[in-house]
Design a protein around this ligand. Structure first.
Ligand SMILES: Nc1ncnc2c1ncn2[C@@H]1O[C@H](COP(=O)(O)OP(=O)(O)OP(=O)(O)O)[C@@H](O)[C@H]1O
Ligand SMILES: [Mg+2]
Length: 257
């Protein structure tokens, strides 16, 4: 049952504001294997920050820490000025591996975080179907995950992450296993579905072009630099001198140039 005051509540009626994520002088990882020592990072509300860095440098560790799954060894990790100490539904995680529950239908997978949040049955069904429609999978709602393709499963993960109206979306190489064409389609879909959500996004990728296309800024964890993207989400910018320079810096930071 929804009371009139709940109906009018700003948290249920307006698009959720993006989270402000900050790391100050942090060292992450496990005590026996610290990574990213002394890292500072400030992700503005609604910003898309992409993250690239050499394998093993701590990208997944960074996301797990922001999700609240792994405490920092040193320093402060905060959302809107309050310490992040545990996972919260308002911070959604999307992995490279398909993290769908194989025994639940596509629709039931998307409904899961809504159920955890206590949404009513009709509300979660309506939201799940809306999101499946937005990612182009309305006709797959009653399928089990094994009956759809890898790219479609990633779209279900995206729908599941966004259906719960998270204030932050933490994505760990979500398109890494997809072929180039499906991947480009997923990048555009991500841009389209994020529009208007206001969510803050931290997106880890090993693909420098993906990082430059999607990000407002790119964090190069290999060198600790964070660089502005000259023309975010504009494919036409690919050969601009400023984009070419950014690509060179990013590849250099990976040690691949
Ligand atoms: N469960 C774990 N226990 C102990 N050490 C771990 C664990 N997971 C990761 N590490 C170590 O922490 C470091 C950072 O790992 P992380 O997974 O964050 O790297 P990454 O940047 O995501 O690498 P990749 O690009 O290969 O995904 C690595 O040296 C890794 O060996
Ligand atoms: Mg990783």
């Amino acid at each position: 049952m929804t009371t009139p005051s709940e109906t009018l509540s700003p948290t249920t009626k307006t698009a959720p504001r993006g989270a402000h994520l900050t790391l100050s002088r942090v060292t992450l990882g496990r005590p026996a294997a610290p990574v990213l020592e002394g890292l500072d990072l400030d992700v503005a509300p609604g910003e898309i920050l992409t993250v690239v860095g050499p394998s093993g440098c701590g990208k997944s560790t960074l996301l797990r820490t922001l999700a609240g799954l792994l405490p920092a060894l040193h320093g402060a990790v905060e959302q809107d000025g309050a310490p992040i100490t545990a996972p919260r539904a308002e911070r959604a995680l999307v992995f490279q591996d398909d993290a769908l529950l194989p025994w639940r239908t596509v629709r039931a997978n998307v409904e899961l975080p809504l159920a955890i949040r206590g949404s009513s049955r009709t509300d979660r069904r309506r939201k799940a179907e809306q999101w499946l429609d937005r990612v182009g999978l309305a006709d797959r709602a009653s399928h089990l995950p094994y009956r759809i393709s890898g790219g479609q499963r990633q779209r279900v993960q995206l729908a599941r992450a966004l259906a719960a109206e998270p204030r932050a979306v933490l994505m760990d190489e979500p398109f890494g296993a997809l072929d180039a064409q499906t991947r480009a389609g997923m990048q555009q879909l991500l841009v389209d579905v994020l529009r208007g959500t206001g969510a803050t996004v931290v997106f880890v990728t090993h693909d420098v072009d993906e990082a430059i296309f999607l990000g407002d800024r790119v964090a190069l964890l290999g060198t600790g630099r964070v660089l502005e993207v000259p023309r975010p989400r504009d494919r036409e910018a690919h050969n601009d001198p400023a984009t070419v320079a950014l690509r060179r810096d990013a590849l250099e930071s990976l040690g691949t140039k």
